[in-house]
Design a protein around this ligand. Structure first.
Ligand code: NCD
Ligand code: ZN
Length: 345
């Protein structure tokens, strides 16, 4: 049995850090584990241009602990107003690595998102020219579509037409949750990648209702059936380079989650690589963790692989019930539970 595991330091290819005084509570969790993270732009107001991305990056860097070296990779939020010039500036900046597409109304802070993706195809053509990837929140918002089917329907209505119309555009299908998404990525040549979260690997939709409604297990895309979870585990542990680590760690105050209208998002940054180690261990695939966590994403983005390493040990530890979140509290994923893998100091 493997009891310690040293891997090249991983990167998180999908992360929410928020802004302001909570950064000091949130950034250190990621910076201790990961060398880089793709930072989502869904602030209020969203990050829509290079100047805002540069300023946000500085605020994040100010919250990185002294003993960590952490490089936040910034993204722009695609809106109906995004111009070709914004894209060219982003590409030239060296700071912005991708552009994020939220269908308007699909998830937390997505009001500024795009209503009809075909209307911004000219901007996406420029992204293809500049080799800037489009990161996709892949769910339709049509209220007629069952919430558990929103990703599968998105593939047919939005993603396939996009891939066909702009074949040179690199796309990351973010936080995939379904058999259908896994199949699409496998069937598409190299320009389509996908991130997979720890929660979608660890849990199925029963976790939303275990012993009563569980708001801390609510995120978007929502957890799916067990067959989908199994397909995700198979994809993540397969060694296929198109699947890579992206936590979608998304902190919300306890009061905002435990509410009559609880918001979407799970916080996993406090134990992110530990959760993935648990999944890969359970699947008998610990030897595949390093490539998924540390190689595939960097290769997809065309960035160098990290040179230093982290070590995990099989040494059970208890996740705190609560973390600080500015003046509020945050309930982390796995609160109070024992996790089998621990990050070595
Ligand atoms: C994210 C958030 O809170 O910003 N929430 C979530 O459930 N994943 C937004 C997102 O990535 O959809
Ligand atoms: Zn997200």
């Amino acid at each position: 049995m493997t009891n310690t595991l040293t891997i090249t330091r991983p990167d998180d290819w999908h992360l929410h850090l928020r802004d302001g005084h909570v950064l000091a509570d949130i950034v250190p969790h990621t910076a201790r584990r990961f060398a880089r993270a793709i930072v989502m732009p869904n602030l209020k107001p969203p990050v829509v241009n290079v100047d805002q991305a540069v300023a946000y990056r500085q605020r994040i860097l100010a919250a990185v602990p002294d003993n960590c070296s952490f490089d936040p990779l910034m993204t722009l939020y695609l809106t109906g107003q995004t111009r070709a010039s914004d894209i060219r500036q982003a590409s030239a900046s060296g700071v912005v690595q991708a552009v994020k597409y939220y269908p308007a109304g699909a998830t937390t802070n997505s009001d500024a998102g795009v209503k009809d993706l075909t209307r911004v195809y000219p901007v996406l053509e420029v992204m293809a020219e500049e080799n800037l990837p489009l990161l996709v929140h892949g769910e339709v918002v049509d209220p007629q579509v069952d919430v558990f089917d929103r990703e599968a329907v998105f593939i047919d209505r939005v993603l396939l037409p996009l891939l066909q119309t702009i074949p040179a555009l690199k796309v990351v299908f973010e936080h995939i949750t379904t058999v259908e998404a896994v199949a699409l990525v496998k069937d598409t040549p190299d320009r389509l990648g996908a991130t997979i979260t720890p929660q979608h690997l660890l849990m199925n939709r029963n976790a939303l209702f275990q012993g009563g409604i569980s708001p801390h297990h609510y995120c978007l895309p929502v957890l799916k059936r067990e067959a989908h979870r199994q397909a995700l585990v198979e994809a993540a542990t397969s060694g296929d380079p198109r699947f890579f680590l992206g936590t979608d760690s998304a902190p919300h105050a306890k009061s905002a989650k435990e509410s009559s209208c609880g918001c979407a998002g799970m916080y996993s940054a406090h134990a992110a690589i530990e959760f993935y180690a648990q999944v890969f261990d359970d699947a008998g695939a610990l030897d595949k963790l390093e490539a998924f966590a540390s190689f595939h994403g960097a290769d997809f983005y065309g960035l160098p692989r990290n040179r230093d390493s982290i070590t995990l040990e099989r040494s059970p530890w208890q996740v705190p019930q609560m973390l600080r979140f500015g003046n509020e509290e945050l309930v982390p994923l796995g609160a109070g539970e024992m996790l089998p893998w621990k990050l070595s100091d």
